[in-house]
Structures are given as structure tokens and as C-alpha cells.
Design a protein around this ligand. Sequence first.
Ligand SMILES: [Zn+2]
Ligand SMILES: [Zn+2]
Ligand SMILES: [Zn+2]
Length: 330
Amino acid sequence: MSELRHDPISQRWVIIAPARASRPTDFGGTSSSRPRAPRCPFCPGNEDDTPPPVAVTGPEMQGESPHAPWLVRVVPNKYPAVGPEISARFSAGPRPALPAQGIHEVIVETPLHDRPLTMMSDPEVTAVAMAYRSRVADAASAPFARSVMLFKNHGADAGASLAHPHAQLISLPIVPELLATELRGTAAYHAANGVCPYCAAAAASPDLLVAENELFLAYCPWVSRVPYEVWLQPRRHDPDFAAMTEHEPAALGRLLRDVLIRIGSALQTPAYNYFLHTAPVHGQAHPTYHWHLEILPRLCRFAGFEWGSGFSMNHVPPELAAERLRAVST
Ligand SMILES: [Zn+2]
Ligand SMILES: [Zn+2]
Ligand SMILES: [Zn+2]
């Protein structure tokens, strides 16, 4: 089973997950030792290829596929990185480790194999965002959860194994170092300046703005790690993604689609990752934190400098990236 290993020097965690090695892929070719998926396990009719669903949306929200039995389908990952171990005790000593206790789910975002978010209707993107919210809330309610990571790998270069549009959710019994760093930094900035740095960044950076609607903003962060990196955040200050109000999922879905259309149009539909940063659960409150979604187009790879220094070299200034993304007509 999987194990969370900890480095007391860098505070870095690694999940050692041997079960992941045998998962099939659509993108095998000659470079992958993993088996090729015999048929798409996420297409309607193949539901038996996945474990039984933990949540299903539809058929009342039918979107563009009136004959599919569901609109969004959430299943446990068949090749989980984390599992339901119960003896989650941290072993210190020379090899610090913790059983990787958590939930690993796949959110199948549409019954249609060739329908990425960029092609979805308003009801469809709303259903996706509502599924994100309810799955994050559900995962956060497990007593052993400390953090919930929702993420998407789109395209083989972004680490996707299957082409059918889907996102994933992993809950963890720890707070990952990147999130912990953001929490510390946000609290310190707030203490020094009396304002949330995410709210401040959005208000002070019209040249970095990419798109906006009534409830959400999208902008290239000042310290974009990769070309055309974009962050989405609610206008309303809130640390907790699962606390989205009634109208926010629809607005989030629409703005996410808008940004992905801009990225696809400006950059010839690159592979991308996005991931959610939301406050940890079952610990101290983090009122100064501001949840957000980070989108990273995969235009270049981490190379020696990046691995060695832990930070990136970005050849496109975010001011220029934002200008180009703003200029795309959607
Ligand atoms: Zn499919
Ligand atoms: Zn804020
Ligand atoms: Zn973040």
C-alpha cells in the first residue's frame, strides 16, 4: 500500500504508491511501459470498468447529451495513490513515514468522450463546478483528512493517463508543504499589511487581469512560474472552497471555461494542469487565506536549474501573457 514519506530537512513529502504503476493509459505509444486502456472506462456503457460511483449528477441536468444516463459521475480511483488505512501513526526516526490514508476519486466531467470543458454549455460547466464543491466538502468531512487537493491533468504532457475529460481529488492526512507555505505567507502578509495578499493582488493588478465575471477574477500571478500561468479566485474573500455560495459554482465554471478557451486559442491547445488551493480542515482556522485555482499550461519542462533551485525560469513576463490572453476573443 501507499506510504507518505517525509524529509525532515526540506519538510518535503513524497507518496510512494506502487499500485499506480499498473494503471492503463490512452497515451501509451512506445514510451510507456503501462498497458494501453482496452476501452474508455469513463464512457457510458462501460460503467462496470470502474468501482461503483460515490456520486452521480443527472439526468435532470442533461446538458448536450440527453440520452446519457448521467452528466457527471464520480468514482473511487481504481489505482489509488492513497487508501483507507486506519493505523495512521507517524513513525519518526531515520525514515519518517505515515500510511497514505485518504480518498482518491475521479470526477468524470461529461458522458461525452470528446467534450473538454472548453466545449461545454453553461449547465454542463455548472454541474462540473458543483461536483467539485460537493466532493471537496465530502472529502474534507472525513475525520482523518487534513487537506484536500482537487486537480486536473489535461493531455499526456500534463500527466493524464486517459483522454476522457476528468478531474481527480486526493485527500491527505497532512498539509502539503506548498499549501503550508502559502498559509504562513498569507498570515504574515495579513499581519504586516492588514489585508489579504490575494485580494490585494487582484485589486492592484489591472495589467495582469485575464478575464473576470460578476463573482470571479482570473489573472496571471506576478510570480508566474511558467508562461501563461493563470490563477482564478472568488472576488469574495473566503478561505474555504467548499463554502462557495449558491451562485458561485456557475460563475466559476463559466470563468474557468473562458480562461481555458483563451489559453487554447493563444497557445494552440496545450496540455495543462490545474489544481485547487483551499484551507486545510480539522485544525486551526485560517481566516486570512483565500482559496484559488492555479492553471499551469505545460509549454516547457522542469530542467536542471528548476530541480536544483526549486524555482522556475519563465521566459514570458506575466504582464505580456495577460495582455495576449486578454486579447483573445471568446
Ligand atoms: Zn470516454
Ligand atoms: Zn482575500
Ligand atoms: Zn496557491
